[in-house]
Write a protein that binds this ligand. Structure first.
Ligand code: UTP
Length: 295
């Protein structure tokens, strides 16, 4: 495929971070869930790093009340940096928090009416181009990262893409599930989508994980979207309406996904990443072995 035949590039990403994070209360009463750290990086930092690796330039945060720490995290901390410089401390750890001026935009979701509504709140900034969505509480670890894998697939097929993974059948009713069509390697045609189906009504055990590439038309569908599962405006319902109108594919992510919106998923991610990091893995392995009574 020549460059001129590639679909429109993905330059913008929406990060819906306006949820209430009730499963992590009281930790998330004053601190956004997205600022909870896995080791030494907040969840939102992992998502932003993944976006940049995929070539995304503009980051759009859909925030709500009590979420300003997320924006502060990516702002320049002048006093901190000046003090660290005076004390001859390295500023290297702050490098991932730097964002080119103008490349971070925030919009407010005034009432948490659901993920679909949060995405719709970003419509004026997304404009008329395809865009990515990241749910930062789903931590995706892969080489390359999940969004880079999706952008590579998008460059082949265009249209809309969602990241999927297989789960045991008794877990499907907590997620958005796809009705799969033809498969070609990691790409699966999407024939239908359903949010939180009953186990016996689920069309597959392939669940939507928190990464999407969508065409701007989804905003017009969301405009008229009524409430769905859980009384919320569901992104899955809006995407389901685009099937048949535009190409729609699922990409099976080659990597690991951790559901950091749940407490056990968060602990799993912390352990897994600590056991992979060269600077701490030996020590953490020794601690885990001792705690499990295996040493
Ligand atoms: P969740 O379903 O995980 O909800 O949202 P939550 O509020 O973050 O957490 P719990 O369930 O109360 O513990 C999935 C994603 O959609 C965003 C969340 O911030 C999260 O990234 N979201 C959800 C919004 O931005 N607005 C909403 O109205 C709902």
């Amino acid at each position: 495929m020549t460059d001129s035949s590639l679909p429109k590039p993905i330059r913008k990403a929406v990060f819906p971070v306006a949820g209430l994070g009730t499963r992590f209360l009281p930790a998330t009463k004053a601190i956004p869930k997205e600022m909870l750290p896995i080791i030494d990086r907040p969840l939102i930092q992992y998502a932003v790093d993944e976006a940049r690796e995929a070539g995304i330039e503009q980051l759009i945060f859909v925030t709500g009340r009590g979420k300003t720490a997320i924006v502060e995290h990516f702002d320049m901390a002048f006093e901190l940096e000046a003090t660290m410089k005076d004390r001859d401390k390295s500023l290297e750890a702050l490098a991932p928090t730097r964002i080119q001026p103008g490349n971070l935009v925030t919009v407010r979701q005034q009432v948490p009416l659901g993920l679909g509504h949060a995405i719709w709140c970003a419509r004026a900034i997304v404009g008329d181009e395809p865009f990515a969505i990241f749910l930062p509480d789903e931590l995706m670890i892969g080489q390359p990262g999940c969004m880079k894998q999706m952008v590579e697939a998008y460059n082949q097929v265009g249209g809309n893409l969602i990241s999927v993974l297989e789960v045991p059948e008794d877990e499907v009713s907590s997620y958005g599930v796809i009705a799969p069509g033809k498969r070609d390697g990691a790409l699966t045609e999407v024939m239908g989508l359903v949010e939180k189906p009953k186990r016996e009504e689920a069309p597959s055990n392939l669940i939507i994980s928190g990464r999407y590439i969508l065409q701007p038309e989804v905003m017009r569908v969301l405009e008229h979207q009524g409430k769905g599962a859980g009384g919320e405006i569901q992104l899955t319902d809006a995407m389901a309406q685009m099937i048949g109108q535009q190409p729609f594919h699922a990409v099976t992510f080659a990597g690991k996904r951790y559901d950091c919106g749940s407490k056990t998923g968060f602990v799993e991610a912390t352990l897994a990443i600590a056991l992979e990091r060269e600077d701490m893995r030996d020590e953490v392995r020794a601690i885990a072995t001792r705690l499990l009574g295996l040493g």
